[in-house]
Design a protein. Structure first.
Length: 306
């Protein structure tokens, strides 16, 4: 290993194992993926065009792919874990492959739409994965994605850290780091996309207690796979202390927060809208506002001193 190259943040093998285990009982724990999948479909309906060839990354149980195929499009679904891909294929009989987002096994310009539902936050080389997605899109093809962002599971992170320090005298990474929304647009632009847009919303989900939240994260295949994570089982006393520390709502339950970054961008195409050149506007903003025009750097007159 080259000591000058920083280690990858995530253990992709561990993540694949987590997804394989989750495939067994995912329908009982996929509420979050279904909710965000509905939001992706809602955003897709804003685009008045037909997509004939679609790639669904992180397909999980296949529900989103089934909805995408309802329009008559040819939908190919892909998942990192072969077991998850097999579950999706069993559910909808659509073409399915086990594939890594960092190395997509598709020819260039194969799809006019790529949809990724809550999978890219586990990718080590996110800029490279976005380049891969752009490569498999046709010119003027659309990428629509959702990934966990900053703010996700902050309360769980804090309570686990405090509990581990209290019980074990030290803390280890238990919740993986998440991207900031401002990084999303920058990464899309770096990957060569046109018209990149990134925005973030928050979602709060209620659970009976913190232990139920942690069990659900495992059942969803969302347990941490950070290389720096603790490799041994957590002590029961640590988990109990974290559950006791987690703040409750007035009805005795707890809430977990999820920051959802939505990504929208287009593969470059010859007929796309282009940003106007600076100074090419046909009218002045000041004329519409009824205000005097000032040059950049000028300071507006302030109130007079008495």
């Amino acid at each position: 290993m080259d000591p000058t190259v920083p280690p990858a943040p995530f253990d992709r093998r561990a993540h694949r194992i987590h997804r394989a285990r989750a495939a067994r009982a995912l329908p009982a724990h996929d509420f979050l993926f279904d909710e965000i999948g509905e939001q992706l479909l809602d955003r897709l309906s804003d685009f008045r065009r037909d997509f004939s060839a679609v790639l669904n990354l992180s397909c999980r149980g296949g529900r989103l792919a089934s909805a995408l195929a309802a329009s008559g499009a040819l939908v190919v679904q892909a998942d990192l874990a072969p077991e998850m891909a097999a579950a999706a294929r069993h559910a909808n009989d659509l073409p399915t492959v086990a594939a890594d987002e960092e190395w997509l096994p598709f020819k260039e310009a194969a799809f006019d739409l790529v949809v990724s539902n809550l999978g890219l936050h586990w990718v080590n080389d996110l800029p490279g994965a976005l380049v891969q997605i752009r490569r498999v899109l046709k010119p003027d093809g659309l990428f629509l994605g959702a990934m966990f962002g900053s703010g996700t599971l902050d309360t769980l992170r804090e309570t686990l850290m405090a509990a581990e320090i209290e019980v074990e005298g030290g803390a280890s990474p238990r919740i993986s780091p998440f991207a900031e929304v401002r990084d999303g647009g920058d990464l899309l632009a770096r990957a060569g996309f046109a018209l990149p847009v990134a925005d973030q919303d928050s979602l709060r989900v209620s659970f009976t207690d913190a232990l139920a939240l942690m069990r659900d994260l495992g059942a969803m295949g969302e347990s941490t796979c950070a290389h720096a994570r603790r490799k041994s089982f957590s002590r029961r006393a640590t988990l109990a202390a974290a559950a006791a520390r987690y703040p409750q709502t007035p009805n005795g339950r707890i809430e977990a927060e999820f920051g959802i970054i939505m990504l929208t961008a287009w593969a470059p195409g010859p007929n796309q809208q282009k940003p106007l050149r600076p100074g090419s506007a046909a009218s002045r903003l000041a004329d519409h506002l009824g205000a005097p025009e000032q040059s950049a750097g000028d300071t507006a007159p302030g109130p007079k001193k008495s």
